[in-house]
Write a protein that binds this ligand. Structure first.
Ligand code: UDP
Ligand code: MG
Length: 331
């Protein structure tokens, strides 16, 4: 089933990709702990690729410092905060490994899992993702909302989106190249991981609470990501509008027939104002809702049709980047 690979025989480079936004509180700790782990994995070379996503604290200074003492460290300094999804594709564009492990800087993704991921990769899996067994330090509401969202997305799309799987995963070069081809600016990376296919393997782990610093997410951002997830992978809501329209039209015809017949038999009468108003309000509401949904998709078309680069890089390892080719829509 699994294609023959040279993953066990040749010496390979594994990149550790870390998008960072205001992570001064944990970055040193992340580097130390991850370095310890990879020091034990002798059969591979490693590189760290940190992406500074427009941090406003000392994150960039720490990256510089780390690069000075460890040549395996590279950093991509974005020109402003672009969000984690874009920071990830920037890192993927710049990293050089034969495989890459995407990790959060806050040590919620235990680096100890890297060796297990690599061993599955050696066996021929292309996308080894870490599935959360538990979610320490997260509120009941956050757990519930994310569960509900995955269920909904699953029902609406044909693509198997993996529940309880984050961005923490090892990707083979082939997957990385596939992701590099997908240049949409409104990215729902979790869906893209599923979309590309290849041999997938899930391993289980316990997600710890953040080591230090604060989460960059809030419910507003999460809700936006949820809408992104749905609108970038399915036109089911638009179809729902069509079905709803048909259903309402059909009901209206039945009701009309009923009124005509009733008037013919019992004669006309004026009452019926309350039912009239409620029907008008109901249909008006439904129309506005679906106009909003159509607008949502139109907005996506608008954003994608501008063909701006996905991100701009201020410097790569301290070298000013003048040619923004890497961030371009067409690679
Ligand atoms: N992150 C980023 N850009 C952003 C927000 C977050 O690069 O605009 C990074 C952040 O530094 C961290 C990772 O994405 O390495 C996950 O962020 P966070 O821990 O805040 O999210 P949570 O774990 O709470 O979902
Ligand atoms: Mg986190």
């Amino acid at each position: 089933m699994i294609a023959q690979t040279d993953r066990q025989t040749d010496r390979h480079l594994v990149s550790i990709l870390v998008p960072c936004y205001n992570e001064e509180a944990v970055l040193h700790q992340f580097y130390e702990r991850t370095s310890e782990v990879i020091a034990e994995i002798l059969a591979y070379d490693f590189e760290f690729v940190f992406v500074n996503d427009g941090s406003k604290d000392k994150t960039l200074d720490i990256m510089r410092e780390l690069r000075e003492k460890d040549a395996r460290v590279s950093y991509v300094n974005l020109s402003r905060n672009f969000g984690k999804e874009i920071a990830m594709i920037a890192g993927i564009d710049y990293l050089q490994g034969d495989a890459a492990v995407i990790m959060d800087a806050d040590l919620q993704d235990p680096p100890e899992l890297i060796s297990e991921m690599i061993s599955w990769w050696e066996k021929g899996y292309d996308d080894v993702s870490a599935k959360r067994r538990s979610r320490a330090g997260e509120s009941f509401f956050k757990k519930w909302s994310s569960h509900t969202f995955y269920r909904l997305l699953q029902h609406l799309t044909n693509i198997q989106i993996q529940p309880d799987v984050g961005d923490f995963r090892l990707l083979d070069k082939q997957c990385l190249n596939a992701l590099r081809l997908m240049r949409e600016s409104q990215r729902y990376t979790k869906g893209l991981f599923s979309w590309i296919g290849f041999n997938k393997k899930e391993i289980l782990f316990d997600r710890d609470a953040r080591a230090a610093g604060t989460t960059k997410w809030n419910y507003w951002k999460l809700m936006n990501l949820a809408i992104e997830g749905i609108t970038s992978f399915t036109i089911a809501p638009l179809r729902a509008a069509s079905f709803m329209g048909c259903l309402l039209a059909f009901a209206a015809i039945l009701y009309m027939a009923y009124i005509v017949i009733r008037t013919l038999i019992f004669g006309g009468d004026v009452p019926g104002y309350p039912s009239l108003i409620s029907i008008i309000l109901f249909i008006g509401g439904v129309q506005l809702l679906f106009l909003g949904i159509i607008g949502e998709y139109l907005g996506r078309v608008f954003n994608e049709s501008k063909f701006r680069p996905l991100y701009l890089v201020k410097d790569y390892n301290g070298e000013i980047v003048l040619n923004q080719r890497k961030g371009n829509r067409h690679t």
